[in-house]
Design a protein around this ligand. Sequence first.
Ligand SMILES: Cc1cc2nc3c(=O)[nH]c(=O)nc-3n(C[C@H](O)[C@H](O)[C@H](O)COP(=O)(O)OP(=O)(O)OC[C@H]3O[C@@H](n4cnc5c(N)ncnc54)[C@H](O)[C@@H]3O)c2cc1C
Length: 514
Amino acid sequence: MAEQESKLRVVILGGGTAGWMTAAGLVRRLPGDQYDVTLVESDEIGIVGVGEATLPHIKQFNDMLGLDEAEFMRATRATFKLGIEFCGWDRPGDRYIHPFGAFGEPWGGVQFQHHWLRLRAQGRETSPFQAYSLAVAAARADAFALPDENLASIRSTYSYAYHFDSGLYAPFLRSWAMARGAKRIEGRVASVERNPETGAVLSLSMQSGERVAGDFFVDCSGFRSLLLGSELGVGWEDWRHWLPCDRALAVPCDHASGAGITPCTRSTARRAGWQWRIPLQHRIGNGYIFSSDFISQEEAQEVLLANLDGAPQNEPRLLRFAPGRRNVAWASNCVAVGLASGFLEPLESTSIFLIQAAVVDLIDLMPSPGPDRAIDPRLADEFNRLTTMHYERIRDFLILHYVANRREGEPLWDYLRAMPLPDSLAHKMALFRARATAPEYQFGLFSRDSWLSVLFGQGLSPVGHDPLADGFDLALIDSKCADFKSRVDGAVDAMPSHSDFIAGYCAATESVAA
Ligand SMILES: Cc1cc2nc3c(=O)[nH]c(=O)nc-3n(C[C@H](O)[C@H](O)[C@H](O)COP(=O)(O)OP(=O)(O)OC[C@H]3O[C@@H](n4cnc5c(N)ncnc54)[C@H](O)[C@@H]3O)c2cc1C
């Protein structure tokens, strides 16, 4: 009894991807004799049911839980993802891949892009920057193999993420977390009880009449943001002036008969937004993210349905959203994770990463158990600082795709080209233009190579490069470039097709497209 009382009771409201990632992370990392984890979810309300493309970090999360990769992939009908292909984002007809991997090698301590730019300036380089990435070459060839841990191998220069069925990941984690001590209460929360003096959340009252009391609450209630937004009244920072898309139409479709499974997400720019294509083992997820100021829902639906690989499996489903974030993610004794905390459109598959980052930060900053349940405000401050950093960096990266476009004459894209930028992004673009310099963060998103892929991919041309590159013998750099490209070609030739790799490694019981 004494032990039960000294445990810190963590109550998670919501059982979507955010709720079950939080529950799984907490039961994996927090000592069970000190923390009690209960999750409340409503089958009647259900989950948002989109969110199928991820970033490589998800593998670290799954590894932290100790999940078996092939079992997880079978259970969620997952495929591998080497990057995102952007079609028509600079101008209609062009395409580039943002790969999960490095471009070239930093010869002589000078980053690759400077050598490449120098060769180009001298008229010696005709290959695009994209030619210097193994992940790009493999994605274009629909090939896949697991990376090599040997750092001397060219196959150590990329990583990968997954596409998975959004309706299957949360239930997979639910079974895992419940087997390790997470408790689940099914039902709808009708009201919230708060301490009249401090404002802290005390308990959730279920429609059934049950009362779920806690010391610390995690709001994973999705766009509703029941605790942080509705109950605690934390305001919303609206980013719609930078990211004007506010609707999505989502529809799954069949694979085209005889087509292999591409190991990358595709994002195709459209007149009033963009269309995603996410290949899973058993179907393809599709959606049109659009701005309701620039196209009607009916027209968006026509465009979406006219651009599918195979027959649609359902009627398109409309989702409304607002880009932005809560002013703080942690207030009083409540922290929001997932859509309850904010939303950035899935252009770079960042929402699940934001959930993961929040869970990891929460584990590090979780209030201590014990008789004194007061929460040190410095924990909340630090969590909020980290959350702001993640959101703002991702926001800037997303805006970059839009602002650096040459789709002249299309009203949405004309607006985007002309809009004032956040200072933080304007600074990064100016540095790149002047000296081909891209951000390099020690933690979080995005890596320098990711920035370079989009900066070059969107057609930005630096006027200068690092002068240290000028000290190298040009013929030597020529031969290093040629050698790198031939190692890329050799590695891709030796890889199986993505479909064959899945068939041998993690095929779900349903058949995999040929
Ligand atoms: C169009 C679109 C495309 C997306 N694509 C991607 C992508 O490719 N990659 C990516 O990383 N992310 C993507 N996302 C984001 C991703 O879907 C979410 O981050 C993820 O699904 C997490 O959602 P959630 O768990 O926060 O909310 P939800 O899935 O909405 O879960 C909310 C939970 O709260 C419960 N709940 C709510 N109210 C109550 C109540 N009163 N009582 C009891 N329970 C309640 C619900 O039952 C549910 O269990 C996309 C989002 C959208 C809108």
